[in-house]
Ligand binder design. Structure first.
Ligand SMILES: NC(=O)c1ccc[n+]([C@@H]2O[C@H](COP(=O)([O-])OP(=O)(O)OC[C@H]3O[C@@H](n4cnc5c(N)ncnc54)[C@H](OP(=O)(O)O)[C@@H]3O)[C@@H](O)[C@H]2O)c1
Length: 340
């Protein structure tokens, strides 16, 4: 077994420092991808190892992409957080409840929390960040926007002091796949959606994607990091792609442009204006070349000009890797505190 995933019982009592206990909630697409990324790593910066103590799911009898040692998988919602060995809670369930309840419980219990859940973060981000600060723990969610694209890391890190004028992008791979297929293959909206579902890009219930809600949740999170404050999801002007027709696609093509679902947030005086809508994108726009399930985000900054981030916005390994990056950051912080 890789050292990063040792069970406590396998541990060499003489090997300092003690591994960090992790409770993982959700072992679907991203959870399984995360476990595979964890198992592929031998050590975390050579300094600290992780102990995956609990994996909480809805149905423990389900066949899974990854197997777990006996006793790790359970349906118990709050008890794993109360396990004193657990220091890091990873929430990959999705949706508002029970995700919100368990994140609040974890933060109030002094556990670091990592989530990829844009729905709960767009709705409750201000409350959850404030709870994390009160409890002096970290709350990180780099995988919630852009999958593997380290856009939130860039905004929180190197770009922290850069005034941002606007941030816009293609942040929903499902809708971009549908629009690309309609434009390039001449397929109808319904056929392109069916193809997206067959490829595993779209959920069986595609409402959040095609209505633009998923992109709206992401632009709220991007705006928080670009402009430094939380805004309400209700303030996003929202138009999905469900009414886009083959005629619209042809009309865009006739104008030498491409139709994309673009999420946009910009400063307007003191106000942050946010919009998600199908938009004509011209060939000189970096978003023009973004095809199928790929994502891209363009930040217009005061001093550094226009910065473009692009890459896979979803998928087991890209998203799992982004979650791993947050776990590694927490582990480095904990190791630093131990060393100080
Ligand atoms: N898929 C992506 O590419 C991607 C990318 C970035 C971010 N995200 C975000 O990551 C999160 C997870 O997405 P996913 O695609 O991995 O979802 P998923 O495949 O549907 O997996 C969800 C997991 O959560 C478990 N679960 C659901 N409700 C539960 C409950 N009430 N109690 C305990 N466990 C429960 C499920 O258990 P069972 O397996 O037993 O059903 C499943 O293991 C979401 O917030 C999503 O927005 C996803």
């Amino acid at each position: 077994m890789s050292s990063i995933l040792r069970r406590s019982s396998d541990r060499d009592a003489t090997a300092p420092p003690a591994p960090l206990g992790v409770a993982l909630y959700g072992c679907g697409t991203v959870g399984s991808g995360l476990v595979q990324v964890l198992r592929a790593r031998e050590s975390l910066a050579g300094r600290v190892s992780l102990d995956l103590l609990h994996v909480v799911v809805r149905d423990i009898a389900k066949r899974r992409a990854v197997a777990h040692p006996d006793g790790v998988l359970s349906r118990a919602l709050l008890p794993p957080i109360d396990d004193p060995r657990v220091q890091i809670v990873v929430e990959l369930i999705g949706g508002i409840e029970p995700a919100h309840t368990l994140i609040v419980h974890a933060l109030n219990s002094g556990k670091h929390v990592i989530s990829a859940n844009k729905a709960v973060i767009a709705a409750h981000g201000a409350e959850l960040e404030s709870l994390a600060a009160q409890n002096r723990v970290l709350f990180k969610y780099g995988a919630a926007v852009g999958g593997a694209i380290p856009i939130l890391h860039a905004l929180r890190g190197p770009l922290r002091h850069e005034p941002v004028r606007s941030i816009r992008g293609i942040v929903n791979g499902t809708t971009n796949y549908i629009l690309t297929q309609m434009a390039e293959q001449g397929t109808s909206f319904e056929a392109a959606l069916a193809s997206a579902q067959a490829h595993g890009f779209a959920e069986p219930d595609p409402f959040a994607d095609v209505s633009g809600l998923d992109a709206a949740q992401k632009i709220v999170i991007l705006a928080r990091h670009a402009f430094g404050r939380w805004v309400s999801l209700d303030d996003v002007e929202l138009t999905g792609i469900d009414r886009v027709s083959a005629d619209d696609i042809r009309a865009a093509h006739a104008e030498g442009a491409s139709l994309k679902l673009v999420a946009d947030a910009r400063m307007d005086g003191d106000r942050i204006r946010m919009k998600v809508a199908p938009a004509l994108v011209s060939p000189n726009d970096p978003l023009y070349a973004i095809r199928n399930e790929m994502n891209a985000i363009v930040i217009d900054t005061e001093f550094s000009g226009s910065l473009v981030f692009a890459g896979p916005g979803a998928g087991a390994h890209p998203a799992g890797s982004a979650v791993f990056s947050d776990i590694a950051a927490v582990a480095r912080r904990v190791a630093g505190r131990r060393g100080s």
